[in-house]
Ligand binder design. Structure first.
Ligand SMILES: Cc1cccc2c(=O)nc(N)[nH]c12
Ligand SMILES: [Zn+2]
Length: 377
């Protein structure tokens, strides 16, 4: 993460290799090297990590959530205390999701209308509503650098009529989000493409968003249980219809091989809870695949988790130790494996950025899959 003396938001594309791209997003709070992976800091914290540790893994940008922060401690309180960056001690860029997706997956008693969504908090049952206008207001109170449009993500499987109706509602909400966002130099508003797995609806959504005009374009509505093959099949057409000169953000993805396949298909930014959440459950991602520290076979293993990794977990601890603190349910397990997983994800992103810049992404991807096929981890 580096600070750029700029009050503007701009995307500089440096190189392409096939559909894959590498570049830099300049923001007033620092540069974002793409392709970028964004650790998820849902409740103003990347669980089990200090912000300085997250920065040490190589992350340039974090993700926050409108839904969680509006319920607790409220956006107004965070604004009163100086905004989300100050509140959570992260000086780099922050992207916030707009809340609709989380309402549909977490809240109770949801009622969706053209106006927006009313719901009851999953924390204390209090009543709330979200609309494009309220979501823009909350994200402005938080002070996030990249604001997401308020959208509706249909649960899959869904029939074409349901997908079309939902996508068209999201496009009307995108216009209302754009109108409510206003003119905020140095802050970006991203549109969210919907349309399920339907190529015609994806193209229609991309055209609608492009006509409105955004600083970046997300591919929404995926990572909702469709599976990798269907997701890649959708990305094969959904990414190319988005503007080439703006960042493309695939929401909620994913496993390491999902990420590689998404970058191969023209995606520049991704976020996922997987590296942090699975770290807390004893799952470690390595170049050769997943290591489950719960497994008793690690009990006497003096080797590091991954000999090729330079993170604190791999530099200073054995698999035997990690297995022990997992079984003892010690907090350090989540700290060490989250740090390792986030470090591994950032190493993956750096590897792809270098490979794309050198025009050798195909060879890099082949090596990525070959090493993982070796097993014995
Ligand atoms: C977080 C996330 C994952 C997956 C999909 C989506 C989506 O379609 N829209 C939003 N706002 N967020 C999403
Ligand atoms: Zn490591």
């Amino acid at each position: 993460m580096t600070a750029t003396p700029t009050d503007r938001f701009a995307f500089d594309l440096h190189a392409t290799d096939g559909m894959a791209r590498t570049g830099v997003i300049h923001t007033p709070r620092g540069d974002i090297r793409t392709p970028a992976f964004m650790p998820v800091g849902t409740a103003a914290t990347v669980k089990a990590m200090l912000p300085e540790s997250v920065a040490a893994t190589g992350a340039d940008i974090l993700l926050g959530n409108t839904y969680h922060l509006m319920l607790r401690p409220t956006a107004e309180r965070i604004a009163h205390l100086g905004g989300l960056h100050r509140f959570m001690n992260w000086s780099g860029p922050i992207l916030t999701d707009s809340g609709g997706f989380q309402v549909m997956s977490l809240a109770d008693l949801r009622k969706l209308t053209e106006a927006g969504v009313s719901f009851k908090s999953h924390i204390d049952g209090s009543k709330h509503m979200l609309s494009p206008e309220r979501s823009m207001e909350i994200q402005k109170l938080l002070g996030s650098d990249i604001v997401m449009c308020f959208d509706e993500c249909p649960a899959l499987p869904a029939d074409r009529d349901r997908i079309a109706t939902s996508m068209q509602l999201s496009m009307r909400w995108a216009q209302r989000s754009r109108d409510a966002f206003g003119d905020r130099p140095g802050h970006a508003l991203f549109g969210i493409q919907q349309g399920g797995l339907e190529q015609d609806f994806r193209a229609e959504s991309a055209q609608a968003l492009t006509d409105i005009g955004f600083d970046g374009y997300a591919v929404g509505g995926l990572a909702v249980g469709e599976g990798q093959e269907a997701m890649f099949g959708c990305l094969d057409h959904a990414t190319g219809v988005l503007p080439v000169d703006k960042p493309r953000y695939l929401m909620g993805v994913g496993k390491p091989d999902d990420i590689v396949g998404a970058v191969k298909r023209g995606i520049d930014m991704m976020d996922c809870v997987l590296p942090s959440r699975s770290g807390r459950t004893g799952q470690a991602f390595t170049r050769r695949g997943v290591v489950n520290l719960k497994n008793a076979r690690h009990a006497d293993d003096p080797r590091p988790l991954d000999e090729g990794c330079t993170c604190p977990a791999c530099s200073n601890y054995s698999r035997a130790y990690l297995h022990h603190v997992f079984r003892a349910q010690e907090m350090i397990l989540g700290m060490l494996l989250t740090w390792h997983n986030l470090h591994y994800y950032q190493t993956l992103m750096q590897g792809m950025r270098d490979a794309i810049a050198a025009g050798r992404f195909v060879a890099w991807e082949a090596d990525f899959h070959a090493v993982r096929a070796q097993g014995d981890i």
